[in-house]
Design a protein around this ligand. Structure first.
Ligand code: ZN
Length: 278
């Protein structure tokens, strides 16, 4: 089907934007480059002046460049101290509020660290917090997809299986499919057959519509034995992005593909170009 499509964009303002700290200029640059969407990165804090969020909403609408967002790194719904869990919940809610003001419909975040606890216990805690978040957002009348990210380190909550169970149980929750992290986390999932298998699992477990509304992250990646991750440009990594795109295309996947390679827009454009030859 020709109307099935993936939108390509960058994690944050493109590198070639003149005013790199201005997300409104970032959206304009995305449009100039011929890219489709942009992710707002609140990695180091969720603060934004009201004129910036309303300006973002306006420019995103005018240029037809939809937005997604990424919450702060220091979120841990399995923190040792209750006040740290509470502030993690607040950070997610704050990200949702600002993302909503900007007109973003999907936000991702790293939910928790295992802290050597049993993954099942961590799952229960994360689920409990996200239920609280969902309820509070609905009271604020904020409709946004909460997308816990498929994380790359084995010390982080967010395996494929965990995300599937979590998103099955919570209405506004869907997985943010970071395929580079999936590869880094497992050492597998780097062939067309394996990508097909993952998409098959999503379809079976979460329904066909889960493939029509995806939030994907992609970059080159390298790992070492400690499970540390390094984001690389795609050409410098063994990650088979072409096989992934072929698999996504064949399965009729639609949604956002956010590139977080260091060169941001260069890889995003390369992905888009290849996708359109398929
Ligand atoms: Zn992330």
């Amino acid at each position: 089907m020709t109307d099935k499509k993936i939108l390509f964009g960058t994690a944050g303002v493109p590198n070639s934007t003149q005013k790199k700290n201005n997300p409104i200029e970032g959206v304009k640059r995305i449009h100039e480059l011929g890219l489709d969407c942009m992710q707002l990165e609140f990695a180091h804090g969720v603060r934004m002046k009201e004129e910036v969020s309303s300006g973002l909403r306006k420019i995103s609408y005018e240029l037809g460049v939809p937005l997604t967002s990424h919450g702060p790194y220091y979120i841990n719904l399995n923190a040792r101290e209750q006040d740290k869990i509470d502030s993690s919940v607040e950070r997610i809610i704050q990200t949702a509020k600002i993302s909503d003001l900007c007109g973003a419909e999907s936000m991702t975040f790293h939910a928790a660290f295992y802290m050597k606890d049993s993954p099942l216990d961590v799952f229960d805690l994360v689920e409990k917090s996200i239920n609280v978040i969902e309820e509070r957002l609905s009271r604020l009348d904020i409709e946004i997809e909460l997308r816990p990210e498929l994380t790359g380190k084995t010390s982080q909550f967010g395996s494929l299986e965990e995300l599937i169970s979590l998103t099955k149980n919570i209405d506004s929750c869907r997985p943010c499919m970071d395929f580079s992290h999936l590869y880094a986390r497992t050492g597998n999932f780097n062939t067309e057959q394996e990508f097909d298998d993952v998409l098959g699992v999503l379809k079976q477990e979460l329904g066909a519509h889960s493939l029509n509304n995806m939030h994907i992250h992609i970059s080159g990646i390298s790992t070492n034995s400690k499970g540390d991750l390094k984001h690389l440009n795609l050409e410098k990594s063994k990650f088979d992005w072409k096989a992934l795109l072929r698999s996504l295309k064949r399965s009729g996947c639609e949604g956002y593909m956010i590139c977080n390679s260091p060169n941001l827009e260069e890889d995003a454009l390369m992905l888009k170009e290849y996708y359109h030859t398929l």
